[in-house]
Design a protein around this ligand. Structure first.
Ligand code: AMP
Ligand code: MG
Length: 408
């Protein structure tokens, strides 16, 4: 797609174009201890049956259930089975074995009587409660069996998955390589946090925030620093992007005299797919490819950068990671205040989520929506989406929302 001059493409078209321009990355092996947060590149099958043998789920006595069908019943203690050990013999009629949680159930036994339900007198154990076949016994393979495929390619591994993989006795897993994302700020006014600041300067908050965003999405941010608003500075910062999986520029994307990204990168061989999207915030959004590396040019205003990161960068990184995305329909909420009619740009209003008195999820846009306002953006839980040319609506109407990941 090559965008006609002065035309804005829709959000859906822009999202599709970004996804069409990024490829899934190759895989690497990591140890199970280091796979948290990574995306599986292959299915994972168990290398063992769990539990490997029938074990007790309680501390007590292993019995033949028919021996305790009527109680009290006094049985003879013939040994012990502890976790990591076991009892070698076979239980005969009238016999019992002391057993602990996780210990193998001896041959011949088919039930456990918990120790609270027994009286012990030397080797004479009186069972005061009966127990049925299989009671408090975890059969071999209760959890899973050797060869079972329990985790599928495309899954991002959470801590429970990590425990499962370890429990399956799988020491290494194949995961998608982390996308390396170069982040380049542009602007004569920008300095890094903590640097001396004159009154015409501001902090390059976006580069720091976007690096965190990339990390949370499973990528590896590489900070290219701040380019000044001149071609030589911009070009000098681009060395090394060939080894990157994606280049993100911030700012310089609009139509001002100092907005050089399109012009300078174009001169360096960038193919531009689109450079204006019918959305607010985030109209001056660029997508293209430079020297084989996909390039996303985010607008400079902090909220515009953050919103476009959520709508375009996140799905791009997910696709690079081979992440299986849910095909779930977009989420909706009840609107918490009246909204005016919308113009031709799709709006994403920074909003707070709450529950109304009926327990319904309610999204209330903040009264001030300027795209420079990071404090409001930080407080926001979601974006209320307003389609182009949407009519005025009243509080209580149902609207589509995009949740902002509270941990990203
Ligand atoms: P620009 O697209 O370069 O005109 O930038 C639009 C607005 O975003 C201007 O007010 C810039 O100062 C601001 N801006 C640009 N880059 C950053 C950045 N890295 N961090 C914070 N604000 C920025
Ligand atoms: Mg600028």
């Amino acid at each position: 797609m090559n965008q006609p001059v002065d035309d804005m493409i829709s959000v859906a078209e822009a999202q599709a174009a970004v996804l069409a321009g990024v490829k899934a990355l190759n895989a690497e092996d990591v140890s199970v201890a280091e796979c948290f947060g990574r995306v599986l590149a292959e299915d994972v099958a168990s290398r063992m049956t769990q539990p490997p043998v029938a074990v007790s789920s309680m501390d007590g006595y292993a019995v033949r259930s028919e021996d305790v069908a009527s109680v009290p019943a006094t049985l003879t203690l013939i040994g012990e089975s502890a976790a990591g050990g076991g009892f070698e013999g076979t239980l005969e009629a009238g016999q019992t074995v002391r057993i602990f949680t996780g210990a193998p159930v001896p041959d011949g036994a088919d039930a456990i009587v918990i120790q609270e339900d027994t009286d012990v007198d030397g080797a004479s154990i009186t069972m005061k409660e009966s127990s049925t076949k299989g009671r408090y016994v975890r059969p071999a393979g209760l959890d899973f069996s050797a060869g079972d495929t329990l985790l599928k390619s495309g899954k991002r591994l959470n801590s429970r998955d990590v425990a499962l993989i370890a429990g399956m006795n799988v020491p290494w897993v194949s995961v998608t390589r982390r996308p390396r994302v170069a982040i380049l700020s542009t602007g004569n006014e920008l300095v890094l946090p903590g640097e001396p600041l004159d009154r015409n300067q501001i902090i390059s908050s976006n580069s720091i925030g976007l690096a965190a965003f990339v990390t949370a999405a499973g990528g590896q941010p590489v900070n290219l620093g701040i380019a000044r608003d001149d071609a030589a500075s911009l070009i000098s910062k681009l060395e090394g992007i060939r080894s990157m999986d994606m280049l993100i520029t911030i700012g310089g994307a609009s139509v001002g005299d100092y907005d050089l990204v399109k012009q300078v990168l174009g001169g360096e061989g960038m193919n531009i797919t689109f450079s204006r999207v019918a959305m607010r915030p985030g109209k001056p959004l660029i997508f293209g490819e430079i020297h084989g590396t996909p390039m996303l040019g985010l607008p400079g205003n902090p909220v515009s950068a953050g919103v476009t990161a959520a709508l375009y960068l996140k799905p791009a990184l997910e696709q690079m990671l081979g992440l299986q995305r849910s095909g779930a329909a977009n989420e909706t909420a009840v609107l918490g205040c009246d909204l005016a009619a919308n113009d031709r740009r799709q709006d994403y209003l920074r909003s707070e989520l709450s529950l109304n008195i009926d327990g319904e999820l309610t999204a209330t846009p903040f009264p001030k929506q300027d795209s420079s306002m990071l404090a409001v953006f930080s407080r926001a839980d979601c974006l209320v989406m307003r389609p182009p040319f949407a009519e005025a609506i009243a509080a209580g109407a149902r609207v589509e929302i995009v949740r902002l990941d509270p941990s990203a």
